[in-house]
Every structure is written in C-alpha cells, then in structure tokens.
Design a protein around this ligand. Structure first.
Ligand code: NAP
Length: 287
C-alpha cells in the first residue's frame, strides 16, 4: 500500500517563521520594528483566543503587536475612525480586523477602510481583485497558507482538478482564484450546489472551507486525492471527516496542526513584507 502523506502545518509554519528571522533582524538594524495592529470588537471568546494567538505569535518572533479591543457596542463610525488612525500611523505595518464583528457594525465597510498596503489579511476588495488577477501582494492568509503547504510538499496544482467547497470572500473565493492562477481547473461549490458528492468524486485536490464539522465524507472522494481542510470548528474539528477521508487520500492536512498554524505564519510574513515595503519606499534600505 502506498504511504500516506500527512501535510504537517507546524513544519510548514516553522519553516516560514524561520525564514523571517533574518529579515526582521535587518529591519531592526534599520530602526524599524514590524508591527501588526489587531482590532477585536466585542467579547466573542473564540475571536479573543484567535487574536491572542496572533499577538503571541508576533511577540515570539520579535514582531510588535498593537492590540485594540473595542466594546461590543462600537458603531461602524467609531470603528472606521480607529482604522483610519492605524492607516495613518507609520509605525503600524499591518492591520487585522478580527471577523466576525457585532451585527450593528458594517463589516464590509470596515474592511474596505483598511489601506491596501496594510491589508495583510487580504480582506479588501482591492486586495481580492489583485489576488484574482494574479498580482496581489497580500492574499488572504488562509488561502495563502493552503498554497504554501502545497508548495512545501511539492504538490502541483497545474493540470489538476481542484474542487473548493465554500465561496466566502476570505477563503473559498480567493483560494479558487489562486488555484486557477496555478493552472488548476477549478470547481467552486457552495450551499446551492446540488450534486456535491459527484463534484468531489472528480477532484484531484479538495479544499474544504465549509464551516461544518466532519462535513466531507471519504466515500465522496476518489482514491489518491489531496485533501486540504481549512475548517476549524469548535472542539478542534475540521470540515472533513478525517478517518474516512484519510483512507482515500494520498495526502491530507490534519486538524488541528494543518492549515491553522500556517495561516498565522502567513500573517506574520505579510506584516514583515509590508514593513520592508515601507522601508524601501522611504529609501531607508536598499536590497
Ligand atoms: P463561511 O463564510 O461561513 O462560508 C462557508 C461557505 O460554505 C459558504 O460559501 C457556504 O455557501 C458554503 N456551504 C455551507 N453549507 C454548504 C453545503 N451544505 N454544501 C456546500 N457548501 C456549503 O465560512 P469561512 O469563513 O469561509 O470559513 C470556512 C471554514 O474555514 C470554517 O470552519 C472556519 O472556521 C475555517 N477557517 C479557518 C481558518 C484557519 O486559519 N484555519 C481561517 C478562516 C476560516 P454559501 O456561500 O452558498 O452560503
């Protein structure tokens, strides 16, 4: 029997973080401390945990994090004001607004207020458009993580049929566009797709981005498929039913320890990229 490949996100994330260390050192020597600003609105415990994890990952690597926690009653206008201030703060290189925000806040409007050069989480429509056209600087972090895992394990998309389940603006849509740019043939499925198991049966690569625990079943997949599970549901459960999908797959990401840690490392990378860009712009550094 052929050996299965477990796509270990911690290995990939550590490689990404390792590659940033020298770059951060050069930035520091030039008087620049890369800084990620995170904005959390409200008291959702999962969101608090995610923001804390991102802040801790920054400090472990020597990236500053500026944590802004706004009350659950924050209005759209108040949030936009905070984002504008961060846009203008030259010591801040990346801005992350934790999704979701409370219902009274216009999340799309808030995302669109983040300046393109600080949109390290790839949430603006400008960033998405550029990513889709193939020249985006900061694609959304989870799609970027999926592509990074494939690159690390030398899984090529070219000529393959990739089926993406989910079409959210920060995950399903951009990862579909990125796989298309890598010359995969891409099918994007969603809640109105009527024949999902049939679609999945044709897939060489499956990206699960549904937000439903254990949703994708092994008997929907063909032998030898590559399974990339972006799902992260309460209790550390992915969007694929791991045991049955493992049986069919030639390679699979576990949950936890798959896409999640790489997503955070891509956020750090984008923050460092942005800090370097700022320095180059101000001619403080020449590469
Ligand atoms: P989302 O905004 O809720 O989108 C879910 C998508 O799944 C939608 O496009 C929806 O279709 C589709 N869908 C729902 N039910 C379906 C069904 N029965 N058949 C086919 N498609 C269906 O979720 P998201 O923000 O993209 O997140 C997706 C998952 O990824 C979640 O588990 C989330 O926790 C995880 N995630 C992980 C990371 C990470 O770092 N690992 C980061 C972000 C998100 P419609 O468009 O038709 O509604």
């Amino acid at each position: 029997m052929e050996k299965k490949l477990i796509l270990d996100g911690n290995v990939v994330a550590n490689a990404v973080k390792e590659s940033l260390k020298d770059r951060i050192k050069v930035l520091n020597e030039n008087g620049i401390k890369p800084c990620l600003a995170t904005i959390l609105v409200g008291d959702d415990p999962s969101s608090e945990t995610y923001v804390k994890m991102k802040g801790n990952a920054c400090s472990r690597l020597g990236i500053e994090s500026k944590r802004i926690h706004l009350s659950k009653d924050t209005t759209t206008e108040e949030l936009l004001q905070v984002i504008q201030e961060l846009n203008e703060d030259e010591n801040v290189h990346g801005i992350l607004l934790q999704h979701p925000v409370p219902h009274q806040v216009d999340e799309r409007k808030a995302f669109e207020t983040i300046s393109l050069e600080k949109d390290v989480d790839g949430v603006t429509s400008w960033g998405y458009g550029q990513t889709a056209l193939g020249f985006g600087v900061f694609p959304s972090c989870t799609p970027a993580a999926i592509l990074k895992i494939m690159e690390h394990y030398q899984i090529t998309a070219k000529g393959k049929h990739a089926v993406v389940v989910g079409r959210s603006p920060i995950l399903g849509k951009p990862v579909s566009a990125m796989l298309l740019n890598e010359n995969a043939t891409v099918t994007t499925c969603h809640s109105h797709t009527t024949n999902l198991p049939e679609m999945l049966k044709q897939a060489d690569i499956v990206v699960a981005a549904v937000g439903k625990p254990n949703f994708i079943q092994g008997d929907w997949l063909k032998e030898g498929v590559v399974v990339l599970d972006a799902g992260y549901n309460p209790g550390n459960i992915g969007d694929v039913e791991y045991d049955s999908c493992y049986e069919k797959a030639s390679a699979i990401t576990p949950v936890p320890g798959g896409v999640g840690p790489v997503t955070i490392s891509m956020l750090l990378k984008h923050t460092v990229d942005s800090a370097e860009y700022t320095m180059k712009k101000s001619n403080k550094i020449i590469h």
